[in-house]
Design a binder for this molecule. Sequence first.
Ligand code: ADP
Length: 499
Amino acid sequence: MASVRSRITVAYSVATIISLSVLAVLFGVERYVGVEQDLAERTTRTAALAARVIERQGVQGVTLDTAYAAGNMFNLGVTRVLDELNGYYIVVADSTGRILYWSEPVRRIYYRGYDETLPPAQRALYRIEFDSIRNAALGIVNAATPRRVQLSTEQVLMTAHLPGQPLPGGVRRIVVGISTQRLRDVVSESISLAVLASPVLLGLSIGVAWMLSGRVLEPIDRMVDDVAAITDGRSLHRRVVLESETTDELGRLGQTVNDMIARLETSFSSLRRFTADASHELRTPLTVIRADVERAMSVEDQYEKAVALEEALQQVSRMTGLVESLLTLARSDEGRFDIIREPVPLEPLFREVVETATILGEDAGITVTLPVIQPVTVSADAERLRQLFLNLATNAIKYTPRGGMIELSLETRHDEAIVTVRDNGIGIAAADLPFIFDRFWRVDTVRSRSEGSGVGLGLAICQWIAQAHNGRIDVTSRLGRGSTFTVVLPAHRSKGENS
Ligand code: ADP
């Protein structure tokens, strides 16, 4: 349980962290690109501005050429205006690559390269840096592509303005550079934001995931407790408490578990009842046998001895029958009973059953008739079918009072063999009808047993035999008027069979 919860938590947190990281990286990259574009645009704009300043100053008649020739690197007015563009690395050059103007940052690097107060190594470094700036500035051939120059303290992004026609003073190249410090700031800001925010976000996602998974798993936890409380057959009446709608997964799980417990309850109780009934039914004849044997041992009279032993023998055969029935049902439950299926013509078999029933009926003062018999073949186990029909016939005789009538008939209809056993005996109450095929079930237990008749397994076996032959037994009955049992079996279909 806890492990599922922690696994969900870990999975959720990992997923959250991954998506947040991806989002942060995308956001950072987007900002970086934006700032880079902004820097490039600023240099382009500044270069264009410088070009306009140079153009205008030149038009105003102050010839830069003369100023240049006079040793003045650049027209003073232009210099002053360009110097206003603070912080930019500006290099203005003519077509031969001669530098006409440099802004303060470039100038500073150049002069430091010759500053005697600095250590020689430092000066050499400045000179290298100046060369890099100059080479980069003079090397740009495409105004649209900015170039980066790495200095010792910073990186400079440079864009060139390359006018088609020379500007006044022979200006052919205006290069403007800007420090990329802001880009580095963006990166370091993003990193520090991530470092600061990630523990908080991680904690938050773990908390949320832990809480959510707890809420999701809580009903399952309770369900496990409910099921665990069902420890034996006696607590099978309990059910899992359903909290949610039966349509959601947990509701369905609970419902399924409840259905399963209900099925278990039914089979447990029928098993318990079956065991209790079976032991009871076996105990009765055993008690009688014991009494009979004791009586046989104690009496002197040979005739009485024989009577006692005869009664014991009857009980033994009753017990044998019972045990055989139990065995039949137990095997059929396990599906271990091999039913031999072969084409059986029912007519002769049924006539034999009717004969036996007639003999039994004569003893009981009951008339047995055979109003209809039609030829039909079924695919069946002949012995089992005989057992089925005899069971129904003997039941009919057993539950019909003297002077009653029993009708046995065999018909064929729509590829089905239909055997009907109809009596005008005591009948079965409507309330009892649904149970008569249950094991050990009898309408009147005391009376049935006292008559020494069956134990309530006969119809259960009949039903099993019918079902094993893909058939069924139907029953209609009215109390005091009689019962009709109908066995329906699928007819065997083969060439030449006209039934
Ligand atoms: P039993 O061995 O007691 O006859 P069965 O399983 O054959 O057991 O029958 C179950 C119960 O159904 C019987 O106890 C009886 O009450 C009732 N029953 C069966 N057949 C008939 C019938 N033809 N007429 C009335 N009741 C019947």
